[in-house]
Design a protein around this ligand. Sequence first.
Ligand code: SF4
Length: 377
Amino acid sequence: MSGPVIKGWCPGAYRPMMSGDGLILRVRPFRSQLDPTQVAVLCDLAEDLGHGTLDLTSRANIQIRGLTEAGHDSALQRLMAARLLDPDPATEARRNIVMHPDHRPGELTDRLYLALCTGLGSLPELPGKMGFALDTGAYAMLGAASADFRFELSRDGQLILRADGAERGRPVTPEQAVPALAEMARWFVDSDGPASGRMARHLRHADMPAMWQQTAPRPQSPAPQPGPWGAGTILGAAFGAIPADALRRLMRDSDARQMRLIPDRLFWLTGARDVIAPGFIQTPNAPLLAAHACPGAPHCRQASVATRDLARRLAPHIRGGLHVSGCAKGCALSRAARLTLTGRDGRFDLIDNGRAWDQPSQRGLDPAQLCEIYECP
Ligand code: SF4
């Protein structure tokens, strides 16, 4: 069997990616936030042109699966009318930004976001998967989010720019932030970083200037969990998949002012009333939050196995993270999990404490054997 096709770029709205069940269109909401009207537009889009589900992504974006080529233009027009689309494909492709969800107009995170959006054009061309994190909110929480250039705070509140993979960063003022980022990005390109594709991989063999490694970031706080948070409530959904009709109902019943997307497939409903939301994850540390599974077969043409039913059965029995992947590409989780099961030729390879493409310790298991090993029903 040939290996999975690694595309090296992320889908967008302008440039959706073909999958086994049609086009995957990814929307990057500005400031990772959606007002109720924008949520309704996405729900309608998913039902009218896709499979009726919205997928939360690990980088706090939203995907709609199952579009046809013929429906793409209509989707773009509706996204543009709802202020959910960049003016051009190049800007959209570069605006790979995750930000602390509790940002407010005029505060540092918001100012950095504006400066970064304005300054994206001053950066050299970077590999398609590279991105930026603005972890400058009340406490640090984006350390595990996928990003290559990180704006963070030191213990004493100094803004720093840190290359992902480096332990320390470069102190900058808010005004210096984007010029310093451009300088670091140029160094990455000039030192052959694009051959590695990501900053952390590049730093394993490249020496970065010492002046960019002066100041440690403040420690990370525990990751956000479902439940009341600030002026609202955080929710999750199994594997990040939300049926459009359930989301529409949730927005109506909770009377939320905004839906703010949080990395690792959570979202924060600001100003929301307390609601019981069937189908959503509302309890902290629910086993399904630590279970990752791509759509698998028959939805993706690279998968030879179904993934999500098995992940649901196994999740309560695996401590420390489960990843069930339709193939070795590992779309649902790029980091190691306590147990990873990778589909191959209709069966699963088992990897302990590794990623979907790592060396398996057992090969060719079927779901019944796995459920026997992990004592699930
Ligand atoms: S990991 Fe899953 S979604 Fe990604 S290419 Fe493989 S089967 Fe498809």
